[in-house]
Design a protein around this ligand. Sequence first.
Ligand code: HEC
Length: 120
Amino acid sequence: MTVRVALPFLLAAALALPVVARAEGSAVAGKKKAVVCFACHGANGNSTDPQYPRLAGQYPGYIVQALKEYKDGQRKNPIMHGFASQLTEQDREDIAAYFHSLPPVLYNLKGDIQGSGKGL
Ligand code: HEC
């Protein structure tokens, strides 16, 4: 009796969980929303200017969290505060999905290696 009553509840809870856990980001929608970010972070998410972090391949959760923190001032940067403040939760998820989908270009040690690694 108890099992028969509890089962539908457990099923309903299990099915509802993913929806409650997190909004799903769309990389296609994110590509359009991220146009404003390209000037600094690069259209392929791999900025060549070291003052702008590379976002390509980054975990979506990291990007979403960073954008939230710039928006609420937990992470302080006047430039990013301005851009992050314009974004809704869905925008953050979509943009994060887009940058995550891009292939990352690894940093190299050009100019920083002494000795045997020279020329890398
Ligand atoms: C005018 C240049 C500029 C634009 C445009 C810009 N950013 Fe940034 N972004 C920066 C700078 C500078 C930093 C590093 C700030 C810091 O030191 O925290 C940064 C940092 C970030 C970080 C943190 C990266 C990390 O590795 O911790 C994320 C995520 C980010 N930007 C996303 C975006 C998104 C999404 C957009 C578009 C909505 C955007 N940025 C537009 C300049 C820019």
